[in-house]
Design a protein around this ligand. Structure first.
Ligand SMILES: Cc1cc2nc3c(=O)[nH]c(=O)nc-3n(C[C@H](O)[C@H](O)[C@H](O)COP(=O)(O)OP(=O)(O)OC[C@H]3O[C@@H](n4cnc5c(N)ncnc54)[C@H](O)[C@@H]3O)c2cc1C
Length: 443
């Protein structure tokens, strides 16, 4: 029978936020109710594989329910593509079951090492947001355990408001025990993927607009060092559609390499950053054109290196991801790119993408129609926080918002302004569920 252990140190993916909490790792669904019933004087939080960058998966001084051993498929109908599984099932494991049978996730984040529960709690999005929306659009039912009312079932018709609060609800409405999801049919595990080098934000937008009707997946890597005024930033635009050649080989489960040690903090500095980005751009430009590409390198390039988050050294790193509406993006995105280039900070992991109009049921869902910018920053303490403050001003002025899954420092005012359904959401927060992120936002 699972029980909470003594408090242990837990670290977020960005490795800046670290806190102690007592962990229990149930192996059977019927253990969950009694664990929630234990230790009534402490707070609780469900956690998955810890791929959130900031403090949304931490609960300092409280208890956490680690769901990674609850990873069984409860039901899968290969005729309809409807799958019901325990919340700890990883997207990695789900794909190995679904792909050979001709099904894929309706949308996927840039790593397959996340759990179903974590994917729902952050209402994750992927390269097909402009056609498919977030994962919340395809969730049919959720099994939720609350500390006040026990186990309940949620769907668009049953406990509908709690359903909407739980999708993108940052684990605060209770513990997600299982999820029922509609998969999408595929005729191949391969995509017809095209890479197009571009220079300038206007060129990026022209490519995004031209690709929206005909391409299911679009995204651009950008060289964040390349333009001090942010107008001439160069990058590699990638767009793809599934092939239909009947080759349904799932990915190889083994990762290719492991970063064994933390790199020294100085390994990423303005000079190495500029050089690496330039090399990456040149190498990517050489590969321009169309290529038959398996879904694993297309959707999950970083999964090829285990523990890549150690590359930023012992101080860790932040990710900054914002979305700004189209009406303001033409000014806001170049302004941010200019700030970042002039600061000499940033990394080689920088992405621009357009979000479409399909809305999620999730009350706190991050994506909205517009342009999203996401990039990692090694933690240079005050210098980095001051840069984020300047970026925040641009995002706030543009009436945009930041992604809580990636955040470890946004001011509460920014969160309140960015998420207009926050008050409605707050009514469904479980009285015992808490996170460091939520405490920070509630101050
Ligand atoms: C390399 C990389 C690429 C990424 N790319 C994308 C991307 O393209 N798009 C995107 O949207 N996100 C992306 N992410 C973020 C990632 O998809 C989310 O942070 C995801 O939620 C992590 O899932 P997890 O299982 O690790 O959950 P954790 O990080 O452990 O937890 C995330 C949240 O879910 C809650 N939670 C987890 N399990 C449960 C449960 N069973 N019940 C209740 N609450 C629960 C936690 O309390 C926490 O609030 C990326 C992350 C990485 C590291």
């Amino acid at each position: 029978m699972a029980a909470f252990g003594t408090p242990e140190l837990m670290t977020s993916w960005g490795r800046v936020a670290r806190q102690r909490a007592a962990r229990a790792r149930p192996a059977f669904l019927d253990e969950v109710a009694s664990l929630i019933g234990q230790a009534r004087d402490t707070t609780l939080l469900g956690i998955g594989l810890g791929r959130s960058y900031g403090d949304s998966g931490l609960n300092a001084g409280g208890n956490v329910l680690d769901m990674t051993a609850l990873d069984q498929v409860i039901a899968f109908d290969p005729k309809t593509g409807i799958i019901r599984a325990e919340a700890g099932l990883t997207l990695n494991a789900l794909l190995r079951i679904a792909v050979p049978r001709g099904w894929f996730l309706p949308t996927t984040p840039g790593t397959r090492f996340v759990t179903l529960g974590g994917a729902v709690a952050n209402d994750v999005h992927g390269k097909n947001h402009h056609t498919a929306g977030t994962i919340g659009v395809s969730i049919r039912r959720i099994g939720l355990h609350r500390s006040d009312v026990g186990a309940i079932e949620l769907s668009p018709d049953t406990n509908a408001e709690v359903f909407r609060a739980t999708i993108g609800g940052l684990g605060l409405t209770g513990l997600i025990a299982w999820v029922e999801l509609q998969l999408v049919p595929i005729g191949s595990a391969y995509l017809d993927a095209e890479t197009i080098p571009f220079t300038g934000y206007d060129a990026f937008m022209a490519l995004a607009r031209a690709s929206t009707p005909g391409f299911e997946h679009t995204v651009a890597w950008i060289d964040c060092t390349s333009s001090r005024d942010g107008r001439a930033t160069r990058g590699l635009f990638s767009r793809a559609n599934w092939l239909d050649d009947g080759d349904l080989a799932a990915h190889d489960d083994r990762t290719h390499a492991t970063l064994p040690l933390e790199l020294p903090a100085m390994a990423i500095n303005p000079i190495s950053l500029k050089a690496f980005n330039a090399l990456y751009f040149v190498a990517g430009s050489r590969k321009q054109g169309r290529q038959r590409t398996h879904y694993a390198p297309f959707f999950y390039p970083l999964d090829a290196i285990q523990n890549w988050n150690r590359a930023y050294g012992s101080k860790g790193f932040y990710q900054y991801q914002c979305v700004v509406p189209y009406a303001a993006a033409d000014l806001a995105i170049p302004a941010m790119l200019g700030e970042i280039a002039r600061s000499g900070q940033g990394s080689c992991l920088a992405v621009l993408k357009t979000f479409g109009a399909k809305t999620s049921p999730g009350m706190l869902s991050f994506p909205r129609e517009g342009v999203t910018l996401a990039l990692d920053f090694p933690n240079r303490k005050t210098r980095t926080i001051e840069l984020f403050d300047r970026l925040d001003s641009v995002v706030a002025e543009a009436r945009g918002r930041l992604y809580p899954a990636k955040d470890g420092r946004m001011p509460a005012t920014m969160f309140c302004k960015g998420f207009p359904l926050l008050d409605a959401f707050s009514q469904h927060v479980d009285p015992r569920f808490q996170s460091d992120f939520w405490r920070r936002m509630s101050q």
